[in-house]
Design a protein around this ligand. Structure first.
Ligand code: HEC
Ligand code: HEC
Length: 241
């Protein structure tokens, strides 16, 4: 995984560098070239400005069904297709600011401007969504009485919305149908403190996750994963011609 990321970065840096060279070369050229430079330049396929180049950094992990990460324990890479765009931007900003400590995602988010984040988030939010196919308001599968009591205790649905798929704020995540092993890792991360590589400092979820034992968080994660939602992993072959 690290190897893949390194080569993705190398690719990105290479194209960013050639772009920077092209920019730097422009003023050095003869004065009349200024007029040409003002005209909209055709997008080179690998230009760091193109949406395609921006998402290319993500595809190797977020668009491979069942792809697993091994840090801090083996779990599936979260599904982000169909997620709220506002939440994707908020999560990326949290990695960039170090509020979320996951080292790989911090490295990725560091490369992104606010505009890159918005563009990528919009693309992922729309990816795989089918017109007329909306998730209902009631989960198709009811929780066990034990899990129902846990969900009630912290009023999870009051923020994550009906069916855990309709958050009350665009910056809050959809959590229904997300990979259970990832949900468990994420929930534990909100409880983790004083660790330089693991943890999420979040005022809202920190206080909530700390009310539960890890066994309880696992039971919650497994139930949420079993509820049908909007989240998907869309393989590259489905949107690349
Ligand atoms: C090397 C694999 C890898 C690459 C490349 C990668 N990600 Fe991630 N991503 C992960 C893993 C693993 C996590 C879970 C991190 C955690 O536990 O906080 C994650 C988490 C996320 C999250 C948070 C999801 C959630 O539900 O909170 C977002 C958003 C995200 N990635 C977006 C992106 C974007 C956008 C790109 C490309 C610019 C990208 N990622 C590139 C592996 C990757
Ligand atoms: C007061 C509102 C609120 C309540 C109540 C709440 N959440 Fe959250 N939840 C949030 C917000 C906001 C975030 C995003 C935090 C961040 O940016 O890391 C979040 C994030 C999460 C995540 C991480 C999702 C991901 O993709 O990484 C999980 C899992 C989660 N909540 C589960 C729960 C569960 C389970 C409960 C009930 C036990 C609950 N939440 C109650 C607001 C809430």
């Amino acid at each position: 995984m690290t190897k893949l990321l390194t080569s993705l970065f190398a690719l990105f840096v290479a194209s960013a560098t050639s772009f920077a060279h092209a920019q730097a070369a422009a003023p050095a050229a003869s004065a009349p070239a200024a007029a040409t430079a003002a005209a909209p330049a055709p997008q080179a396929p690998n230009s760091p400005k193109s949406l395609q180049a921006k998402v290319a950094m993500c595809l190797g992990c977020h668009n491979i069904p069942g792809y697993q990460a091994s840090f801090p324990e083996v779990h599936k890479v979260p599904m982000i297709a169909g997620q709220n765009a506002g939440y994707i931007v908020a999560a990326l900003n949290a990695y960039k600011a170090g509020e979320r400590k996951h080292p790989t995602m911090r490295g990725v988010a560091d490369q992104l401007s606010e505009q890159d984040m918005k563009d990528i988030a919009g693309w992922y939010a729309a990816l795989g969504q089918e017109a007329g196919k909306a998730v209902g308001d009631k989960p198709a599968r009811e929780p066990s009485p034990q899990v129902a009591a846990l969900l009630q205790k912290a009023a999870c649905a009051s923020c994550h919305g009906a069916n855990f798929s309709k958050p009350i704020d665009p910056a809050y995540p959809k959590i229904a149908g997300q990979h259970g092993d990832y949900l468990f890792v994420a929930l534990k991360a909100y409880k983790t403190e004083n660790n330089s590589a693991v943890g999420r400092s979040n005022g809202i979820m920190g206080g909530i996750a700390k009310q539960f034992s890890n066994a309880e968080l696992k039971a919650i994660a497994n139930y949420l994963a079993s509820v049908e939602g909007d989240l998907k992993t869309v393989p590259e072959s489905r949107f690349r011609k």
